[in-house]
Structure formats: structure tokens, C-alpha cells
Design a protein around this ligand. Structure first.
Ligand SMILES: *[C@@H]1O[C@H](CO)[C@@H](O)[C@H](O)[C@H]1NC(C)=O
Ligand SMILES: *[C@@H]1O[C@H](CO)[C@@H](O)[C@H](O)[C@H]1NC(C)=O
Ligand SMILES: *[C@@H]1O[C@H](CO)[C@@H](O)[C@H](O)[C@H]1NC(C)=O
Ligand SMILES: *[C@@H]1O[C@H](CO)[C@@H](O)[C@H](O)[C@H]1NC(C)=O
Ligand SMILES: *[C@@H]1O[C@H](CO)[C@@H](O)[C@H](O)[C@H]1NC(C)=O
Ligand SMILES: *[C@@H]1O[C@H](CO)[C@@H](O)[C@H](O)[C@H]1NC(C)=O
Ligand SMILES: *[C@@H]1O[C@H](CO)[C@@H](O)[C@H](O)[C@H]1NC(C)=O
Length: 498
């Protein structure tokens, strides 16, 4: 925006103020000079004609004779159902008709932009046949059709568009089987067919673009295996097959330099098979998501050296002795699994800062399984009942420790002797009956939570903690003993203690 207006809108300005400022600016542009926006009701800003969310039921009358300088036309969020010939300004490069119930388009409606239009977007359209009007588009690179019940793909149109189309995005468009006309779109580099009911793909579905497809998104379909058609791809970098019913991943494109692979929300069980399928991507993969599957063990992923954060959450990992992880990861998320102990492999990860293990079945924590160097450890909702003098390693760097919602009944007096850096300790929802004396040895705590422990009582037995509690600010000590807050007990009542 800087170039055209000469105004530097500082990026540190809050979003809401920026939006308000832009709106104000666009109002000025529009109202200072009434004829200057192509449509009087819309806002012209730089090269964009912005008609977003104006409750329009039809394309408004143009109010200009000179259309030079505009390239983007945005009708998102209106109620436009017909697009008549001559109603659109010429020489547009981008038109969005997302969130409009477009039912019909005159055959020559896009004529003024036939050689310039590169991007066209529809969603919630009511046409059931891809309109013939698109036949006139000679330069279209990107087409989106979403949330529309398309019954007739008008293959002549799609094949005509195929001469230039590089990006095709079809989402929730009532496709139940693979659209075979895709083979006539040889320029495609990005293809997305999501939220459809695809259960399979023909083995030759992508043959015509096997060497050029860069990004493929098949999210929210009903695939049970990675389709064999994908195994032939040689240039793919990004692959999304999340929210399907994948069990079998053996047909991943082994010859492609995948950098991003998203497999969340599937039924993948076999860690060995997964690891084998991932082996070709050791030097390319930077993002792998495998949340919410059915893995029972940690796969061997030691060779995926470019991945920094692992998220294995929401699987069924129960084998603590499984797998191996690349040594230079910085965080690992194993929450919502079925581990009964902390996996020893984690102690080999020298770069790891954050270890997330909530919602497992861990009963015992021991110093040997907690890397000295980690700063954040989350163990909420496990089955730990006791913290001993030996639970945490010597010279632990822990800053944040969450042990909430464990059935902890006892904390030894020296449990926190080796965690000098601790700032945040969460013991909410545990089964402690008294405040742990061990708290007195943590000097720099800034947040301490013992809320929601119904049996907790404060007594004169804990009066050695008075100094410690009162050195905290009242808001940083959370929790009650009976009817009284812990902080108040020590600041007021405990003076009655001997
Ligand atoms: C634009 O709108 C103004 C005010 O309604 C009108 O006077 C002018 O003739 C219009 N210009 C065109 C080109 O339609
Ligand atoms: C049309 O508008 C553009 C940009 O605002 C300007 O450069 C051009 O001279 C105008 N053309 C005519 C014929 O007014
Ligand atoms: C549209 O582009 C064509 C070809 O570049 C040009 O001749 C014509 O003047 C343009 N029309 C407008 C209104 O800018
Ligand atoms: C799919 O599209 C239909 C319109 O064809 C819409 O009513 C429905 O809400 C969409 N479903 C999703 C999940 O977006
Ligand atoms: C897992 O996959 C491996 C290799 O692909 C195979 O040998 C093994 O039988 C599979 N295990 C199960 C339980 O299916
Ligand atoms: C991890 O280490 C390998 C070499 O051992 C290196 O190539 C890679 O860039 C490292 N990754 C990160 C995220 O540091
Ligand atoms: C407090 O604990 C009870 C069970 O002991 C649980 O049902 C409730 O959700 C907890 N409340 C909060 C705020 O965590």
C-alpha cells in the first residue's frame, strides 16, 4: 500500500486499527471523486475494486468510462445470482465470486477479460453445469469451485481451460469418483480435490502431469490407501491426504522431493510400514503431520533430519521402547497416547526443549527419563501418584512443569531440590491433602496452581511455607484450602499458628 498512497501503515499497528484506517482511506478515495470507482457502491483501492460483503443482489451499474488501472474485482459475500454480459469491467486479472449464489452467467460476460483473466473463484454457486461463459477465457491459470453441486463438468470448457490452467481447486463439489477430464489439463502444477467422496483414483489418473505436479491436496475424502497413481509422480513437493481413512501409505511418491506431507486424521497403524514409506524423504521433508492416527509405536524417523518438531499426538502409542527420532529436534508432542512410562529414546535428543506427554498412562517419573536440558515438561492427565527426591534430574533446566490432574497424593520434601529454574508449576486437580513442604525450595516461581483440589486443607503443619507463599504475588498463587484461598490462609489466618 506504501507505493501508491505514499502512506506508510506501520505493521505494528493493531489489525483492527489498520482495517479501520484502510476503510477510511478507501472511503476517501471513493467519496472524494464519485466517478472514480468503477462501481459507485464499491471501494476502489489501488488496483482492486472491492465490493465485498455489500448485500448486492446483482452486479451494480458501472460508474466510470475509464477503467484503466484496475485488475482485481472482489464480489466475495454477496447475493449475486446472475452475471450479465457487459456488467464487468474489462481487462481484469482476478475475479472472486466466492460466497455468491451464482446460477447463471451470460456466455459473453467475461469477454472483456478473455485475454487477461488469470484467476476466477466461485463458492456456494447454484449453477449445476460449469458455465459456457468460461469457454471465452484464454489465459485462466487458477480456478476455484467450492461448495457447489456440480453435476455437469462441461468437459469442453475444462479441456479448453486446460491449455492454460495451472491451479485447480475443487472443494465439496459433489464429486464421488475421479474426474477423468483432469488428464486433459497438462499444465496443472497445483491440484486440490477436497471434501468430496472419493474412495479411489484410477492408476493412470495423474499420468499426464506425473512429471510436473508440485502440489496435491486430497483432504477430506474417503481414501483407504494412498492411491497408486501418486507413486508415479516425480516432482511433488506438497501432499495433503489428511482426514481420509488411510491405512496403507506404501504408494507415496518415492521419486518426488516431498517437503510437506500431511497425514493427520487417518487410520495409519503400522509404524514400520510408515517408516519405510518415508525413507526417501530424509533430505527433503521439513513438515510431517501424523496426528490422530492409530500408531501403536513410535516409528523410526531418525533419517528425517530436516524436521524440528514432532507431533505424534492422538495416536495409540503404548510401546515406550520403540522407534528412534532424528537427534536435532526441538520439541516432541506425544499427548493423547497410551504410554505407561517416558520413552528412553527421548533422553538422546540433545536439542529438545519441549516435551509434551499429557493424556497418557504414565505412573512413575524418574530422573533418568527426563532430559536435564528440557525447559518445558507437560505431564497433565497421567497416573503419577508420588513425586520422590529422585523424580527430576540433577541441574534440571525445567522452567514449566505441568503435573495437573494426576492422582498425586504425595510429594517428598526434596522433590524440587534440583529444579532451580522452575517458574511455573501446575498441580491443579491432584489429590494432595496438604501443601507440599517441597515448595519452599523453589525460589523463583511466578505461577503456582493448586486449584480444584477438594480435599486440600491448610494447617499449621505447613507454616514453614508462610515466608515462601507471602513472597509470591497474591495472583500467582491459585487455589483454595477449603473455603479460604491458599494465599489468604497464610497472609491472615496462619498468624494464629504457634
Ligand atoms: C457516476 O455517478 C454520478 C453520480 O451519480 C453521475 O453523475 C455520473 O454521470 C456517473 N458516471 C458514469 C460514467 O456513469
Ligand atoms: C484513465 O485513468 C488512468 C489512471 O487513473 C489515467 O492514467 C488515464 O490518463 C485515464 N485515461 C483517460 C482517457 O482519461
Ligand atoms: C484492455 O487491454 C487492451 C489490450 O491490452 C487495451 O487495448 C485496452 O485499451 C484495455 N482496456 C482498458 C479499458 O483498459
Ligand atoms: C457443501 O456444499 C453445500 C452446497 O452445495 C453446502 O450446503 C454445505 O454446507 C457444504 N458442506 C461443507 C462441509 O462445507
Ligand atoms: C507392518 O508393515 C511391515 C512392513 O511393511 C510388515 O512386514 C508387517 O507385517 C506389518 N505389520 C502388521 C501388523 O501388519
Ligand atoms: C539436523 O542435522 C542435520 C545434520 O546432522 C542438518 O543437515 C540439518 O539441517 C539439521 N536440522 C535442523 C533443523 O537443525
Ligand atoms: C475440577 O475437578 C473435577 C473432578 O475432580 C472436574 O470434573 C472438573 O472439571 C474440574 N474443574 C476444573 C475447572 O478443572
Amino acid at each position: 500500500m506504501q507505493e501508491a498512497t505514499g502512506l506508510n501503515i506501520n505493521i505494528t499497528m493493531p489489525k483492527s486499527i489498520q482495517a479501520w484506517f484502510l476503510l477510511l482511506l478507501s472511503h476517501f478515495v471513493a467519496s472524494d471523486d464519485p466517478g472514480s470507482c468503477v462501481y459507485k457502491v464499491c471501494f476502489c483501492l489501488e488496483t482492486t475494486i472491492d465490493c465485498e460483503n455489500l448485500h448486492l443482489t446483482e452486479i451494480p451499474q458501472t460508474n466510470a468510462t475509464n477503467f484503466t488501472g484496475f485488475s482485481t474485482l472482489d464480489f466475495t459475500y454477496n447475493e449475486i445470482s446472475i452475471i450479465r454480459s457487459g456488467s464487468l469491467p474489462p481487462n481484469m486479472t482476478e475475479i472472486s465470486l466466492q460466497d455468491n449464489p451464482v446460477a447463471s452467467i451470460d456466455d459473453s460476460a467475461f469477454e472483456g477479460s478473455s485475454s487477461t483473466l488469470q484467476s476466477l473463484e466461485f463458492s456456494h454457486a447454484l449453477f449445476q453445469k460449469i458455465p459456457d461463459a468460461l469457454l471465452r477465457l484464454d489465459s485462466l491459470k487458477s480456478l476455484t469451485v467450492a461448495h457447489s453441486k456440480i453435476e455437469d463438468w462441461n468437459e469442453d470448457v475444462m479441456i479448453q481451460l486446460g491449455r492454460t490452467l495451472t491451479f485447480l481447486n475443487l472443494e465439496n463439489v459433489s464429486l464421488t469418483s475421479w474426474p477423468t477430464w483432469i488428464q486433459h489439463l497438462p499444465m496443472l502444477t497445483d491440484l486440490s480435490i477436497s471434501s468430496c467422496l472419493l474412495t479411489s483414483m484410477p492408476d493412470d489418473a495423474l499420468d499426464s502431469i506425473a512429471g510436473s505436479l508440485v502440489s496435491l491436496l486430497l483432504s477430506r475424502n474417503r481414501l483407504t490407501s494412498v492411491p497408486k497413481a501418486l507413486s508415479k509422480l516425480t516432482a511433488l513437493q506438497t501432499l495433503y491426504i489428511n482426514n481420509n481413512m488411510l491405512v496403507d501409505v506404501s504408494w507415496l511418491p518415492q521419486k518426488s522431493p516431498l517437503t510437506t506431507l500431511i497425514l493427520n486424521n487417518n487410520h495409519i497403524k503400522n509404524s514400520t510400514a510408515l517408516s519405510t514409506a518415508l525413507r526417501p524423504y530424509g533430505n527433503s521433508l521439513t513438515d510431517l503431520e501424523i496426528k490422530n492416527n492409530q500408531l501403536t509405536s513410535i516409528p523410526d524417523c531418525s533419517f528425517l533430519i530436516l524436521i524440528e518438531n514432532w507431533d505424534f499426538s492422538h495416536n495409540r502409542i503404548s510401546d515406550p521402547y520403540s522407534g528412534s527420532v532424528n537427534p536435532n529436534i526441538t520439541s516432541i508432542d506425544l499427548s493423547y497416547n497410551a504410554l505407561q512410562t517416558i520413552p528412553p529414546v527421548l533422553t538422546t535428543l540433545q536439542q529438545m526443549n519441549i516435551l509434551l506427554l499429557p493424556w497418557n498412562d504414565i505412573k512413575v517419573i524418574t530422573s533418568t527419563r527426563i532430559p536435564t536440558w528440557i525447559t518445558e515438561l507437560e505431564l497433565g492427565f497421567n497416573l503419577v501418584s508420588v513425586l520422590t527426591d529422585n523424580s527430576f534430574p540433577q541441574d534440571s533446566q525445567l522452567v514449566t512443569l505441568h503435573l495437573n490432574n494426576n492422582p498425586i497424593v504425595e510429594i517428598s520434601n526434596l522433590a524440587f531440590k534440583s529444579t532451580p529454574m522452575l517458574r511455573e508449576l501446575n498441580l491443579q486437580g491432584t489429590r494432595l491433602k496438604r501443601l507440599p513442604i517441597a515448595l519452599g525450595s523453589i525460589s523463583g516461581l511466578t505461577y503456582f496452581d493448586m486449584s480444584n483440589i477438594s480435599q486440600l486443607v491448610c494447617t499449621c503443619m505447613e507454616s514453614s511455607l508462610k515466608q515462601w507463599i507471602l513472597s509470591q504475588s497474591s495472583g500467582s498463587v491459585v487455589g483454595n484450602c477449603g473455603e479460604t484461598s491458599i494465599y489468604d490462609f497464610f497472609s491472615k489466618l496462619s498468624s494464629a499458628c504457634p
